[in-house]
Design a protein around this ligand. Structure first.
Ligand code: ZN
Ligand code: ZN
Ligand code: ZN
Length: 363
């Protein structure tokens, strides 16, 4: 599968008339050669030329880790010693390609990019994402399987959340328990949001010292990485009972999320999914309380293309995976968001999360 990826990457480089793609420690590096490199001040850089051999430049002391990752099946390892100049090494390895158009992975540290630009004055530069999005935006069969599995793994965590949300506990205590549950069937915890009461009105509030009280609505948005692929799922919970006005708001949100998911199929513009959710929320009078886009792509990163947002007219394609996560936020009172990952199929849509979407009463 991964050999197919490097073949296709080189094909995209040729189509875009890019001489080489330069990839530092990142999800792209994992995606291309399976190496989860440490982001260090010492340079690690994969060179993918439009034609010919891939080279992986690594600090000598990281060479064993790079080899153990299996990356050497796909790229020739080029270790550099503590007193070598790795930038000069990359310039030498690039040869004539170093005077052509180079794509640089978006998250390569500025210190490296600037040094490379200094050493390669004749090159022209573009963001690596223009190459990588062509590959990553549509998931192959193996990736779809991994996304289904990680979706089920986060569903199992949500199933245990109601028992954790007891009055008197802090968000932080609950968050720690959730992180432990995530690690039972993920390799990494990416984030844990427990927004209780008014904290739920801030979409990216993580956790804090607030103590749960009867009548709190609680937004729980959690995600991790399992076998290289990410989960991301939000549900809302009630501590003993709902606050005034909340049940109506949550009904609107459920209808909006359903409508958005139902609108997913190949060929429709990405922005139409956002519009499907937004129309219902606006019609119910909460339009100004829905302060973010409806969703984001997901795969080897939590947030990637396609963006489900007004203005993105690109048509959906079978194999795209993204979140559908409308939210309504009432400052000083509460917030609510319902988030599932969906996969675009040949004929419509497949949900990858299956927990009940109603706000469940905790305890
Ligand atoms: Zn987010
Ligand atoms: Zn989320
Ligand atoms: Zn999300």
């Amino acid at each position: 599968m991964i050999e197919e990826r490097t073949r296709r990457t080189q094909q995209v480089l040729r189509e875009q008339e890019v001489a080489a793609l330069l990839v530092g420690p990142s999800a792209d590096l994992r995606y291309l050669v399976g190496y989860d490199a440490l982001p260090l001040e010492r340079l690690t850089l994969l060179i993918v030329p439009a034609e010919g051999e891939l080279r992986l430049v690594v600090p000598e002391l990281e060479a064993a880790r790079a080899e153990a990752s299996g990356a050497t099946r796909l790229a020739e390892l080029v270790p550099w010693g503590e007193t070598d100049d790795p930038i000069a090494l990359v310039a030498t390895l690039l040869g004539p390609a170093g005077a052509g158009r180079l794509a640089v992975q978006d998250r390569l540290w500025t210190s490296f990019t600037l040094a490379l630009q200094g050493a390669l004055p004749d090159a022209s530069w573009r963001p690596g994402s223009r190459v990588m999005r062509e590959l990553r935006v549509v998931k192959d069969e193996e990736e779809r399987r991994l996304l289904r599995e990680v979706g089920q793994a986060i569903d199992r965590v949500h199933a245990q959340v109601p028992a954790l949300l007891r009055p008197g506990r802090t968000e932080r205590e609950v968050g720690r328990d959730i992180a432990e549950l995530i690690l039972e069937d993920h390799d990494v915890v990416n984030f844990v949001i427990v927004g209780s009461g008014p904290n739920g009105a801030s979409p990216h509030h993580e956790t804090g010292e607030r103590v749960l009280q009867p009548g709190d609505a609680v937004v729980v948005d959690i995600g991790g990485t399992r076998q290289g692929y990410c989960s991301d799922c939000t549900r809302n919970y009630l501590v003993e009972h709902a606050p005034a006005g909340y049940e109506e708001l949550h009904r609107v949100l459920e209808a909006a999320q359903d409508a958005a998911v139902a609108a997913v199929r190949p060929g429709v513009p990405a922005e139409s999914i956002d519009a499907a959710a937004r129309e219902l929320i606006a019609a119910a009078g909460y339009g100004e309380r829905f302060v973010h886009r409806t969703g984001h792509g997901i795969g080897v990163e939590e947030h990637e293309e396609p963006w489900i947002v007004a203005g993105n007219t690109e048509p959906l394609v079978a194999g795209m995976a993204f979140s559908v996560e409308p939210g309504i936020y009432v400052p000083d009172r509460y917030g609510a968001r319902i988030e599932d990952i969906v996969l675009v199929t040949d004929t419509g849509v497949e949900r990858l999360n299956h927990r009940p979407r109603a706000a469940l009463t905790a305890g």
